[in-house]
Design a protein around this ligand. Structure first.
Ligand SMILES: C[S@@+](CC[C@H](N)C(=O)[O-])C[C@H]1O[C@@H](n2cnc3c(N)ncnc32)[C@H](O)[C@@H]1O
Length: 253
């Protein structure tokens, strides 16, 4: 598949999702307004990942592959000057409406993460959720390094592909939200290599036992599994490679 075909497939897939969502907002079945916790606690890695961005007041922050724009709103509420972009015009339209509905300002643009329309060193920080694994990281990494100021930080939450049992489960088990674009793949160590050439890279695993929530969403049991994960990953750090998701922190030297 050529780059053009890949980007077209990504855009169409996400525009279709955005159109379904727009229907739900128009019919009053969904609300664009939300509380920070609705986003920060929608998965167990989001809040700890957000904290890695540090104090955001007055900072220029990029929401990279913004999708619905919930992160853009949370960033703006934390005092950041937010720019949000996505390849999907449908999702960018939703992000704009969401910023307005929540009474915060931000700039939303349609753009490709592999060819960013922003000047060098334009941002103090970058946030991305579930986006890098859709991209060519040789291209996206160079663009990220270019737009991030020296000393800046980029934080991404991404599905991880280091666990062979999870790979089988992802392939064969039915679970909600399983729809995928043809080219997206959970990240692997090899995918991170181009980023290591450009940044100081930290990787933190999330949901080892806690990944059971995908098929068995029992709140009390999951609290126990999350607590067990925190202990296990502290005493045996290499286990992060078996986790469902990772938080990748890139520091521009
Ligand atoms: C799984 S969604 C995540 C969206 C959002 N970050 C979130 O937290 O829900 C992946 C997003 O990446 C966007 N995307 C895919 N390829 C892209 C590219 N080359 N440049 C910019 N955005 C892209 C898609 O349009 C989609 O909105």
């Amino acid at each position: 598949m050529t780059t053009t075909d890949r980007l077209a497939a990504e855009q169409q897939f996400h525009d279709r999702q955005a159109a379904d969502r727009a229907g739900a907002f128009a019919a009053g079945r969904a609300d664009l307004r939300f509380a920070d916790a609705d986003y920060l606690d929608h998965e167990s890695w989001v809040r700890p990942a957000f904290l890695k961005l540090g104090d955001l007041a007055g900072k220029h922050v990029l929401d990279y592959g913004c999708g619905h724009g919930m992160a853009a709103v949370v960033l703006a509420r934390a005092g950041a000057a937010v720019t949000a972009f996505d390849l999907s015009p449908g999702y960018v339209a939703e992000a704009r409406l969401r910023l307005a509905a929540n009474g915060v300002a931000g700039t939303c643009v349609v753009a490709d993460g592999e060819v960013l329309p922003f000047p060098d060193a334009a941002f103090d920080a970058v946030w991305g959720n579930a986006v890098l694994h859709h991209l060519d990281l040789h291209k996206a990494g160079r663009e990220l390094r270019r737009v991030l100021r020296p000393g800046g930080v980029a934080v991404f939450c991404e599905p991880w592909g280091g666990n062979p049992l999870l790979a089988v489960a992802r392939r064969f088990l039915p679970y909600p939200g399983k729809d995928r674009t043809p080219d997206e793949r959970p990240l692997t160590r090899r995918d991170l290599a181009p980023l290591r050439d450009l940044f100081a890279v930290e990787v933190e695993g999330h949901q080892l036992l806690g990944m059971a929530r995908r098929v068995w969403p029992n709140g009390r049991v999951l609290q126990g599994l999350d607590a067990a994960d925190r202990r296990l990953l502290r005493v045996c750090p290499p286990l992060w490679n078996w986790c469902r998701y990772v938080v990748v922190t890139l520091r521009a030297r």
